[in-house]
Design a binder for this molecule. Structure first.
Ligand code: HEC
Length: 401
């Protein structure tokens, strides 16, 4: 029968190009995003290494996110054109019939009820997916903006919004990926291999199953006619400037999104490789009965300590003959680039940090630098011998030379 071979146009070329852009940006976002959500998994580590390291992965993620946003703006303009200029039906809007169809399909799948429903141009399956995508875009764009521009965000909102945005961003991402794999793949690739999004058309049989009501309208010639040329021109004269202004505003929004503030990628320039993760030294178990421990106490004089350690005390160093190099070497990676306390020059070290001096010449117990180092839990630790040298130096008045 010729009728069986008959096909019906479903998606125009630009729709299909949009879909391909969506596949690409979505897949790239998922592949570069999920390993960041599960950073401790060996699979994630492998993927991140394979893609060129975390910094590259983050940049790829941002490029794909920007593509996604641009594609959404384009989509909005197209929808506006179809609804306003061509006066097409808003066939993606959900209605009460979709709920009824969903229930009917549910019953059908259980072998109950009236059979498969007759549905319009977009059935409830497609509408659910479309609106999930719209919702997902809004959530991902808002939380993505917060993660991309954390400093700007926390100028307005409390700091806890950043970890909250991170949780929402990762959770929604997982949901979206699972929805695509379970819902979308099932309905368009497993239940029936539906190629209309790639070749643009559907067979009569497919139409009858998925879009019976639309098929009926097409065959009865009941689709609303396209607007006349004069109508089209008149509407276009209104639509074009409005669409232009809205898209320029949205594009500016995307531009702001991308350039709003320096990201973690370039805010903290990696100057050198250093161990950021330094495991804490385990707290020694208490001894019973408590015994006097030979701790490096601020009141002890360097000579006593070195005597206790059984080592001869060396000559007291000055900033220029060793202490300076030691600070630059052991502390400079953080104190010198992060703002706050700088330990890279003598003057800066003596000036101290945000809370005032950390070195009080001649007064070891009041020198915060020593106190912090003695706690033994600082991300950058001097070893005991180096600490002794620093204590001796402060005791001697912290001389520069
Ligand atoms: C891995 C990074 C890192 C290294 C290395 C490091 N620190 Fe720090 N240090 C920090 C951070 C983070 C703070 C907290 C900053 C704050 O509170 O503003 C800090 C705070 C301090 C403070 C208190 C500053 C203040 O004004 O409250 C002192 C003193 C200090 N560090 C000394 C040292 C010394 C001495 C070394 C080298 C042995 C060192 N740090 C190495 C990260 C580091």
């Amino acid at each position: 029968m010729t009728q069986e071979k008959q096909t019906f146009p479903r998606f125009t070329l630009d729709r299909r190009v949009e879909h391909i852009l969506l596949i690409l940006s979505f897949t790239i976002l998922a592949l570069t995003g999920l390993p960041q959500k599960y950073p401790f998994s060996p699979v994630s580590k492998f993927m991140i290494d394979a893609m060129g390291g975390i910094e590259t992965v983050r940049i790829i993620h941002r490029v794909a996110a920007t593509t996604f946003l641009l594609e959404s703006i384009y989509h909005l303009v197209v929808i506006g054109y179809k609804l306003f200029v061509r006066r097409e039906q808003a066939s993606m809007l959900p209605g009460i019939k979709d709920l009824r169809d969903a229930i009917q399909v549910f019953l059908y799948n259980l072998g109950l009820g009236k059979g498969w429903p007759r549905m319009g141009r977009y059935n409830f399956i497609e509408k659910a997916e479309y609106w999930a995508l719209v919702w997902g875009l809004v959530v991902m764009a808002l939380t993505g903006f917060m993660l991309w521009n954390p400093i700007a965000t926390t100028n307005l909102l409390p700091g806890v919004i950043i970890p909250a945005a991170k949780a929402a961003h990762g959770g929604e991402a997982l949901l979206a990926v699972l929805a695509i794999i379970l819902w979308h793949f099932y309905h368009v690739h497993i239940r029936r291999w539906n190629m209309s999004m790639f070749n643009g058309h559907m067979s009569r049989e497919e139409m009858a199953e998925e879009h019976a009501l639309e098929l009926e309208d097409i065959e009865a010639g009941k689709l609303p006619p396209p607007p006349t040329e004069t109508e089209r021109r008149r509407r276009l004269a209104i639509f074009t400037p409005v669409a232009a202004v809205v898209s320029v505003l949205l594009l500016l929004g995307v531009y702001r999104f991308v350039t709003f503030e320096d990201t973690a990628i370039d805010t903290i320039v990696p100057i050198e490789q250093s161990n950021v993760f330094v495991p804490q030294t385990p707290t020694p178990l208490p001894t019973f009965p408590p015994t006097a421990t030979v701790e490096v106490l601020p009141t002890q004089l360097p000579a006593e300590q070195t005597a206790a350690a059984g080592q001869p005390a060396g000559p007291v160093l000055t900033w220029n003959t060793g202490i300076g190099d030691l600070m630059v070497d052991k502390c400079g990676a953080c104190h010198g680039t992060l703002g706050g306390l700088t330990l890279k020059t003598y003057d800066a070290a003596i000036a101290g940090g945000a809370h005032g001096p950390v070195i009080v010449p001649g007064d070891v117990p009041n020198s915060l630098l020593v106190t912090i180092q003695q706690l033994g839990k600082h991300p950058g630790q001097l070893d005991p011998q180096e600490l002794e040298q620093v204590i001796a130096w402060i005791q001697a008045g912290a001389p520069e030379e």
